[in-house]
Design a protein around this ligand. Structure first.
Ligand code: CU
Length: 219
C-alpha cells in the first residue's frame, strides 16, 4: 500500500486525470489545445512566408492593394466559428464541472497557515494529514479558511477551489481508483506556503468505512 502511494504520488498532471471532474476539464483542455496549436501553426506559417516572400529587395514601391472581401470574410468567420465551438463546449460542461452529480457525502475543508483540516459530516471525525474519500463516490467539499486566502487544488481529481476567510466555496471530488493524489495550496499564503500540501487518499468504500468507523470510535 505504501509503495502504491509512493509511486502514484509522483504525477500531478491534470492530464493524467483520475476522476470525472478532472477528466472533463482535461477533455476540454485537449480540444482547445489542438485548436490553438493549429491556429498557431497556420498563422505562424503565413507570417514567416510573407516575411520572406514580400521582403524589401529594392527601392521600388510594391503594388498597393486595398482589401480583399473574400479573405476578410474568411478571417472573420473562421475565428467566430472557433469561438462559438469553444464557448459551446465550455458552456455545456460548466455546470457539471462546477456542481457535479448529487453528492453522496460531504467534507468541510479548512485552510490555515500552513495546513488543511478535513472535517467530515457530523463534525466528529477530523483529519489533518490527508483527506480520505471512498472511490466512485461524489464527495462535496465545502472549502473555507480561518486566516488568509488559500486554494485547495488536487490536479488529478478536480479544479481548484478558493479558500476564503468568512466564506464557504463549494466544490466536489471523485476518484475512480484507490490511491494517493497529491495536491498543493495554490494561492501564495505566506512563508510556509510551499509546505501546504493537500493529499487525497482514495480508499475502496469498504476500507474507507473501516477507517471512518475507527476514527469515530476514537472520537
Ligand atoms: Cu495556503
Amino acid at each position: 500500500m505504501n509503495l502504491l502511494i509512493a509511486s502514484s504520488a509522483v504525477s500531478v498532471s491534470p492530464l493524467s486525470c483520475a476522476g470525472r471532474q478532472a477528466c472533463r476539464i482535461a477533455g476540454l483542455y485537449v480540444v482547445i489545445f489542438w485548436i490553438a496549436l493549429a491556429v498557431l501553426l497556420i498563422v505562424g506559417t503565413f507570417i514567416v512566408y510573407a516575411a520572406f516572400r514580400f521582403r524589401r529587395r529594392d527601392e521600388r514601391e510594391p503594388v498597393q492593394i486595398h482589401g480583399n472581401t473574400r479573405l476578410e470574410v474568411a478571417w472573420t468567420v473562421v475565428p467566430l466559428v472557433i469561438v462559438v465551438v469553444i464557448f459551446t463546449l465550455t458552456f455545456t460542461n460548466m455546470t457539471f464541472i462546477r456542481n457535479g452529480p448529487p453528492p453522496e457525502m460531504s467534507v468541510t475543508v479548512v485552510g490555515r497557515q500552513f495546513t488543511w483540516e478535513y472535517i467530515y459530516a457530523g463534525g466528529k471525525v477530523r483529519s489533518f494529514d490527508a483527506l480520505r474519500i471512498p472511490t466512485g463516490t461524489v464527495v462535496r467539499i465545502n472549502v473555507t479558511s480561518i486566516d488568509v486566502l488559500h486554494s485547495f487544488w488536487v490536479p488529478r481529481l478536480a479544479g481548484q477551489v478558493y479558500a476564503i476567510p468568512g466564506r464557504t466555496n463549494p466544490g466536489w471530488l471523485e476518484a475512480d481508483k484507490p490511491g494517493s493524489y497529491f495536491g498543493e495550496c495554490n494561492e501564495f499564503c505566506g512563508l510556509g506556503h510551499y509546505t501546504m500540501q493537500a493529499t487525497v487518499i482514495a480508499l475502496t468504500p469498504t476500507d474507507f468505512q473501516r477507517w471512518y468507523q475507527a476514527q469515530l470510535a476514537r472520537a
